[in-house]
Design a protein around this ligand. Structure first.
Ligand code: DX5
Ligand code: ZN
Length: 220
């Protein structure tokens, strides 16, 4: 099994001080930076675009985990790749060509992820498993930080863990939405190995302690 990685979501950061916020969570032990891209169309909120991703890229060594909540995705994949994304994930509902969009991301030399909404079944990922580096299970409906963790998604996480193990492929299983020190053990117990956390990291007075607690480190 992979070591557990923590990917704080920038959505919960202080947007007037993005450079300091990114430096602070890197120093606090974050593994990846999770960047939530929302278009006010696929989800009922608007966040930021490739210009912000590009501006932040030189400020940190953390891999950039770009979560697209936009439709369509195809016209913007190259822009996010050029802005410095290391991994680009998107939702199957965002367009008619899941397989083609994955091919495009791989063709840009980036890792590719598929995101499953709470109402999206495991089966939607199976035909494209050969192109996928990460599967992201949403444990809230996408659009906003600070929502409550949906425990109903735990069986889906466990089913995806079995699917990944049976495939023999090196695929990360990521969880996003309502992840806290309390809900993280449920995710890890079900087989997740990358945890996104917005509010639980950026809202904590001691970010290093928050990251240790979510990771499940002894003594946290
Ligand atoms: C929700 C986003 C999440 C969000 C998580 O649409 O995809 O990444 O920032 O925020 P918390 O951890 O506060 O639920
Ligand atoms: Zn996200």
């Amino acid at each position: 099994p992979h070591p557990v990685l923590i990917a704080p979501s920038l959505l919960a950061a202080d947007f007037t001080r993005l450079a300091e916020e990114v430096a602070a969570i890197e120093a606090a032990g974050a593994d990846w930076l999770h960047l939530d891209i929302m278009d006010g169309h696929f989800v009922p909120n608007i966040s930021f675009g490739p210009a912000i991703v590009k501006a932040l890229r030189p400020l940190t060594r953390m891999p950039f985990d770009v979560h697209l909540m936009i439709a369509p995705v195809d016209p913007y994949l190259a822009a996010f790749a050029e802005a410095g994304a290391d991994l680009i994930s998107f939702h199957p509902e965002a367009g008619p060509h899941l397989h083609r969009s994955l091919q495009t991301i791989k063709g840009l030399g980036k890792k590719a992820g598929v995101v499953l909404n709470p109402g999206t079944p495991v089966e939607s990922i199976a035909p494209v498993l050969d192109l996928v580096d990460l599967i992201l299970v949403m444990t809230v409906n996408p659009g906003f930080g600070g929502q409550s963790f949906l425990e109903s998604q735990l069986p889906k996480i466990a089913a995806l863990r079995r699917l990944i193990d049976a495939s023999g492929r090196d695929i990360r299983l990521q969880i996003d939405g309502g992840v806290t020190a309390k809900t993280a053990p449920l995710c890890l117990g079900a087989g997740a190995d990358v945890l996104v956390a917005g509010t639980a990291v950026f809202g904590a007075p001691d970010r290093a302690a928050a990251i240790r607690a979510i990771r499940g480190d002894q003594g946290a």
